[in-house]
Design a protein around this ligand. Structure first.
Ligand code: BGC
Length: 419
């Protein structure tokens, strides 16, 4: 079996990473000098000014030959205050969505992609259940407005990654540093997911609602070490399997004493239509006899500008992990930060080949989205790391230029579909 005719060949972005002209918890953190950065100064500096340039930006989707676009709506833009709505922002998003539809580009809308309104952490932070109401209020507004235009909804982008960065590693706002707290955060995110799932389905039963989940292949550093193997099992259970299990068992649980011991009922009732797979790399895991730092997780080979290992075979492992859920699968993100565009083309080609193979083995994969359409603001890394199919010249008024890999994307699709 080859790619079905309705397969989505997409490109992915998130609002904050490109839009500019935003005030959210990230810009506030930057203003207050609260980011724990390395030596370099990382400035958001208006993203890539997509809010201003969206129309010409969207022409690139046509040029690349993609038929789908995954993007997010910035909560902080819509709700500058807990009870204050900016309707003009909703209007602009509507124009953007209409443009996509007029150009036969299927939109996939993400409701939460890492950033939050500034007020949220004070009024209803993610580790308190009041956040469910706040997030549902925002989401319902978006659903009311766009339910007739949007069929594909991703409630959350990488909840585990976000919870770890914001509540365990102290890197994203609100920069808490307690691993066990991530469980409460994940619990609330999943409750919020259900709230929006029900709301969307009641309005448009055929709409598809999922979660874009980061998956990583973890490999023991020493294949003969039982300690390394045990550790891989724990890390894999937490990072990759926690939700797959929770949606089946109606229970969010994870045990890794003394760090975490958590078990709580949660009525998820399998309320998810698709799993979005965000896949980038493999990591190695080593157990160390050290009380201070017993877990060592690292890249064995550093092959991209992010220092990540390129491991296309891992995508097969992840697809096979998700397949038994019986849900549809979208590869919602897959990409590489590099200045070497030939390498980027090869990266895409190698991963798309895996998708094709798994499709032929019966996996219900409905689409592939390259991350990212543009070079953009890469969270704690700033703008040096270039994931885009379109180059952004930060020195020259953010001028855009299609990269050779952007031209190759369509060719890859043609070659792989005909193979
Ligand atoms: C995130 C993106 C990010 C990308 C590359 C994913 O984890 O969803 O926002 O830019 O990876 O690091």
């Amino acid at each position: 079996m080859s790619f079905p005719n309705d397969f989505l060949w997409g490109v992915s972005t998130s609002a904050f990473q490109i839009e500019g002209d935003i005030q959210n918890d990230f810009t506030e953190w930057e203003r207050l000098g609260l980011f724990k950065k390395s030596d370099k100064e990382i400035l958001y500096n208006n993203g890539i000014e997509h809010w201003k340039n969206w129309k010409t930006d969207f022409e690139f989707i046509n040029q690349i030959g993609a038929n789908s676009y995954r993007f997010s709506i910035e909560w902080a833009r819509i709700f500058p205050g807990p009870d204050k709505i900016d309707y003009s922002a909703i209007l602009q998003y509507e124009k953007m969505i209409d443009f996509l539809l007029e150009n036969n580009i299927e939109p996939m809308l993400t409701l939460h992609h890492f950033s939050n309104p500034i007020w949220l952490h004070e009024i209803s932070p993610w580790d308190e259940s009041s956040v469910i109401q706040s997030f549902c209020k925002f989401s319902r507004l978006i659903v009311d407005k766009f339910i007739d235009k949007i069929n594909l909804w991703a409630t959350f982008n990488e909840p585990v990654v976000w919870a770890l960065a914001a509540y365990a590693a102290g890197k994203f706002p609100p920069a808490k540093a307690k691993l066990s707290q991530t469980m409460d955060v994940l619990y609330n995110m999943m409750q919020a997911h259900v709230c929006i799932y029900d709301y969307i389905k009641a309005k448009r039963p055929e709409a598809q609602v999922g979660i874009a989940k980061h998956f990583i292949v973890f490999k023991e550093s020493n294949t003969f070490s039982l300690f390394d193997k045990g550790l891989v099992n724990r890390v894999n259970t937490y990072f990759n399997k926690i939700f797959l299990d929770a949606f089946k068992k109606n229970e969010l649980s994870f045990h890794f004493p003394p760090l975490i011991s958590y078990k709580k009922k949660i009525e998820l009732n399998d309320k998810i239509d698709f799993w979005g797979i965000n896949y980038y790399y493999r990591l190695h895991v080593k157990f160390r006899f050290s009380i201070k730092a017993p877990i060592y997780i690292y890249f064995k080979k550093q092959q991209t500008d992010m220092g990540w290992e390129i491991y296309p075979k891992g995508l097969k492992e992840i697809i096979r992990l998700v397949k038994p859920t019986g849900k549809d699968i979208y590869i919602t993100e897959n990409g590489i930060a590099t200045q070497d565009d030939i390498l980027r083309t090869k990266y895409i080609y190698d991963h798309v080949k895996v998708v094709k193979k798994e499709l032929s083995k019966g996996a219900k994969i409905k689409g592939y989205f390259y991350w990212s359409l543009f070079d953009n603001y890469e969270w704690l890394e700033g703008k040096e790391k270039r994931f885009g199919l379109v180059f952004v010249d930060y020195q020259n008024g953010n001028l855009r230029k299609l990269k050779s890999s952007g031209k190759d994307y369509k060719r890859i699709i043609d070659v792989v579909t005909k193979m």
